[in-house]
Write a protein that binds this ligand. Sequence first.
Ligand code: ADP
Ligand code: MG
Ligand code: ZN
Length: 653
Amino acid sequence: MDKNNDRDKSNRTDSSNSNNKKEPGIHNDDSLLSRLKNNKHRYTFVFFIFFFIALSLINSFLSVDRNRQEIEYNVFKNYIVSGQIKRIEITDELYIGYPVDRDELVAVQETNDLRSMINIATYSTYRIDDPAFIPLLDEQGVEYYATAPTQPSILQTIISWILPLAIMLLLWRFLFNKMGKGMGQGVMSFNQNKAKIVAEGDTDTRFDDVAGADESKQELEEVVDFLKDSKKYTDVGGKVPKGVLLVGPPGTGKTLLAKAVAGEAGVPFFKMSGADFVEMFVGVGAARVRDLFRQAREKAPCIIFIDEIDAIGKSRGGGISGNDEREQTLNQLLVEMDGFNSAESVIILGATNRPEILDPALLRPGRFDRQVLVDKPDLLGRHEILKIHSKNVKLSEEVDLHAIAQATAGLSGADLANIVNESALLAVRNKRKEVAQEDLMEAIEKSIAGLQRKGRIMNPKERERVAYHEVGHALAAYFTTGADPVIKISIIPRGMSALGYTLQQPTEDRYLLSKSEILDTIVVLMGGRAAEEVKYQEISTGAGNDISRASDLVRRMITEYGMSEQFRNITLPSGQSQTMLGTGLGGQKEYSEETQQYIDTQTAQIVNIEYDKIVELLSSKKDLLELVTKELLERETLDGAQFSKLVADYEEK
Ligand code: ADP
Ligand code: MG
Ligand code: ZN
């Protein structure tokens, strides 16, 4: 259950997380009662109430005056004469008459019967200046004595002074708190809002809790190593990372990884979200940054984690500033980061899903100069994540997590954690004692329906087409001698635009491209569309980007590198070289109509030749295309070695 709690917490801080669920009502109810329930004042308040109830009870209990009857002076005198009053207490205002004399009173007291003492009815009357009164008492043999003027009892003092004071104090505090809240945690409360220090023992997240992000973990190993033993690095004079940016779509475990780094290194973890810094009041955010870094310095070695750093790190833009406060905060952050020297062993981790909007100043050397990609999990990764999150859930024996992983392509770790959670709820609703495969499948459907509406997930047909397309690129690269080898093929969608991708690695640094190398590149670029044509005899829009890159390359071949028949060894003043100073406006064609036409037809011709070549090649190796695509659809990613082995095995046959 620990896991679930943990996830809830991180979800709440993660505003970009689409699976963010709010408990309805509970947190929005701002009534006095619910506030009492929710905060620590509750105890003070209850204590006060009980205290005063007890006080007044004791007071009324001890009061012997309960049975006193006020009577007229002449009646009082009559009672003395008739012997109903045997003892009189004379105060500065009153005569109080007791129906018992001293001996009887002592006798009652000795029985210790409080109740009978209280029940002795007494009489009182206001004093009248009557010279005949005392002689009457002597005559009747009534005992009489005087008491000092009455002092208010301690209890009375307490009640009459402290109670109103306490009530005022309480009211004042509530009011104050409410104001603080109403101002969006403004000035009043910002002192209490310092970064929470999660003590070493609290950071019990480890790398093992993060599944399917092996590459990211590997890159973070070094950070852990440094935090554990910074001396090792500084002794050698090595440069250590100061800021590491975790980049990836929401819910892929960036926050989790940051925590795991702290957990593995056994250092304190300071977490703050970018949104926490941006406040109504100018200067508050900057003050918080200062405060955060001051605290961190005291606790070094440690980790500062700034979640959703884009909230403060957005590019500042030129001139017209939209948000002074954010800018000040960002500047303060930059200042603090520069103020560290590497011996201080404080490492700053940032997380964002939009690195492209960050201010370039943040990414400069000495700041967040390292990026670690935290991508959506592949099939194996998803299986591992499901295993982790179902640890605390009772699964029936027939549950096949691998099948669940296969059915959840494109989902993030947080989505998967949600599905497991949801399936447990469904199992309860379906009156089962254990989660069945059915429940999991139902949970997936729910989750995917929501995501499809948001366009975050592909339907199976599209997915297949993307797979053929990517394998087309990869095979084109493999069979083209001058092309760079393939290092990764993936059909896990990345962001909004790229549905899949094929990565190639340059074998050596290239400063020159020969004409044939350019042509080889074009073959690879066209490989995607060619595979679609071979498979479906129909092309799609999926290759738009490939085509524009290919034609751009060919155009430059002609205009910049002088590689065409007609303009051999001549640079044509192309659009791009004219766009000086990045105005983006100029750059209209400088050359004549005919030249323009020549460039266009040449470009089309060259691209077409290469395209036909690769269509022919893929047609002749259709079985291989099918084989690799099938494998890719199953595994979602293939690394270079896996891919080469598949092709090599096929070629041997
Ligand atoms: P991000 O910060 O990238 O948006 P989080 O770290 O907040 O994502 O992830 C939210 C939750 O999803 C985590 O608390 C965890 O329960 C689950 N989760 C995400 N990725 C993984 C993963 N790779 N392994 C295990 N759990 C994960
Ligand atoms: Mg997060
Ligand atoms: Zn492509």
